[in-house]
Design a protein around this ligand. Sequence first.
Ligand SMILES: [Mn+2]
Length: 322
Amino acid sequence: MEWIISHGDTDGICSAGIALSAFKNAKLFFSHPIGLPEDLKNVDGDVIICDIALARDVYQETLKELRRLKDDGREVIYIDHHPLPEGHDPSNFPADMVHSVNSCASEQTYKKLEDKVSPDMSRLAIIGAIGDYLDKTHEIEKLLIRWEKRNLYFEAGILIQAIESTGRNYQDKREIAYFISNDKTPSSDEGLVRKAIAASIVEEDMRKRIKEEVVLRGNVAYVIDLGWSLGKSAVYSKGLAGALVGIGAEHRKDYVEMSLRTHSDAIDLNFLLKRITTKMGGMGGGHPKAAGARIPREKFFQFIAELNEAIIEKIREHNEEY
Ligand SMILES: [Mn+2]
């Protein structure tokens, strides 16, 4: 394997760490769903792609690049856990695809490469799973038998908090991936520990600020323009306001960028956001319980209202099922 392309969050970096430990000389790059076809244009060898959703908007372009590599006789492995776009045809997909929406990319990458890496790499599968809230799977429970769970959660905490502070610094992310791919613990790197602690101090300040500033509208709680992690803002908004859905939002140019979170099994954010945002001239999607969206800035309050309506409808349907 000559190339590894992965997502820049904890699950993506842990997947990359596992892949790097199997393919020591591979070049590692970070990408995201919309940028993937463009980034694939630089690839001229065997490639493994981890934790990057197949986005509907660039599906054909992505397929075209994967097919080019396949036609050149390259090995292409695609490992992901995001819901697949409508019309996706597995039999016509030009890659060896590993896909499940129930387990994170790190878990699936570890299972795929298990015979090429040390069993110690299962630690990264578990940390990646914690990073994506997907550590309650049967496989992760099984992998945990090898470890001391509480210490592993401590290590996961350091890595997750340190990665949080890297933002879009891809060089930092790459260094972290190489470091953990050598079976090193996050706590053994002073720089990572320092970053993690600094991020946690900021997080506690932000948690208190969100408690003050969170706005509750029906079943939806949001904060806007805090200048902090949108994902974590969404989690705290939801938790502190006791809402079903939390949103961390910020204005960017002429649109509002958002992260959304829910704990409810009745709500599929990926599905709802695709429907609501498209007709507003925006876009959205992700996982059922964790997703992102972007809408024109003047539509924000309309968006909150429509999301509330959709949530009420889903809860009613869900209750009728029982
Ligand atoms: Mn993931």
